[in-house]
Ligand binder design. Structure first.
Ligand SMILES: C[S@@+](CC[C@H](N)C(=O)[O-])C[C@H]1O[C@@H](n2cnc3c(N)ncnc32)[C@H](O)[C@@H]1O
Length: 257
């Protein structure tokens, strides 16, 4: 039993606010991870790329412009309507990702999920399908809100005391309510859960990126206050890349076995 129908209703209701606020490549969250993301994607010219949880489609369009054959999947009809109206050249499909990927399973060279996985209540089928849908040498790259530090209260006892984020119950799986864009659910899982689940699906971690939290969209670092410098040192986003692996090369397995 998951909340995905309710989640998707909330995303439909949020669609125009979200699409109006998240202005594609200029978005503050994207700017933090774009270097890592494109480094892991490499040259996408001629590759089959899936934008998982593509929302209103702006990242799918970035990858199409870079020469990839792009498909986008999302569960929100309203966000997909925005995507289709702006980017008619891209194949967008509506699908509830708690069910995994649509059948028949297509094969991809790259699968991207930017700011999506923490919004989905169950990931078991999806991660297994991502692993099965990647061609050999393929890459899965995703960004999420940082499980340890995002939405942890800031405690500020300066100038005499400390500033810190108050981390409690980190290892608990929790459903939280995020106010942005009219509100939606956030499904907290510790980082070790993601790593363990990816490995169990046959995906080896090839990179982990914790970008500094940017205090403001356009404030140059040279102008940051002490508070903003401190703020930047605790990451509120995390990005990971992973690729299919053979758990043990078979000769080694024979030796061990
Ligand atoms: C924070 S938005 C990110 C959208 C897009 N990747 C971007 O960066 O703008 C999260 C997305 O997850 C989608 N989503 C949430 N739950 C879903 C589900 N169960 N199935 C499919 N998509 C879902 C929402 O519709 C929304 O587009």
């Amino acid at each position: 039993m998951t909340n995905s129908a309710e989640d998707l209703r909330l995303w439909d209701a949020a669609a125009s606010a979200y699409a109006g606020h998240v202005d594609g490549p200029a978005d503050t969250f994207y700017r933090r991870v774009s270097g890592f993301l494109w480094d892991r994607l490499g040259v996408v010219q001629g590759l089959d790329v899936l934008d998982l949880g593509c929302g209103h489609g702006w990242l799918a369009e970035e990858m199409r412009r870079a020469g990839a054959r792009v498909a986008g999947i999302d569960g929100s009809a309203a966000l997909l309507a925005e995507a289709r109206s702006h980017y008619p050249a891209i194949d967008f499909e509506q699908y509830d990702l708690t069910r995994g990927l649509p059948r028949p399973l297509r094969q991809y060279d790259r699968i991207v999920a930017h700011m999506v996985l923490m919004d989905i209540p169950t990931l078991d089928r999806l991660l297994a399908d991502v692993a099965a849908a990647l061609r050999p040498g393929g890459v899965f790259v995703f960004s999420i809100l940082h499980p340890a530090f995002f939405s942890r209260a800031i405690v500020d006892e300066a100038p005499d005391g400390e500033r810190y984020r108050k981390v409690t119950g980190y290892l608990e799986h929790e459903t939280r309510w995020i106010e942005s864009f009219g509100g939606h659910h956030h499904y907290h899982r510790p980082l070790s859960w993601y790593v363990e689940r990816l490995v169990r699906c046959g995906l080896a971690i090839t990179g982990l990126h914790e970008p500094p939290a940017l205090p403001g969209a356009d404030i140059p670092e040279t102008h940051w206050t002490d508070y903003q410098k401190w703020f930047s040192t605790i990451p509120t986003m995390l990005a990971l890349s992973a690729s299919p692996f053979e758990p043990f090369p078979s000769p080694l397995r024979r030796t061990l076995g």
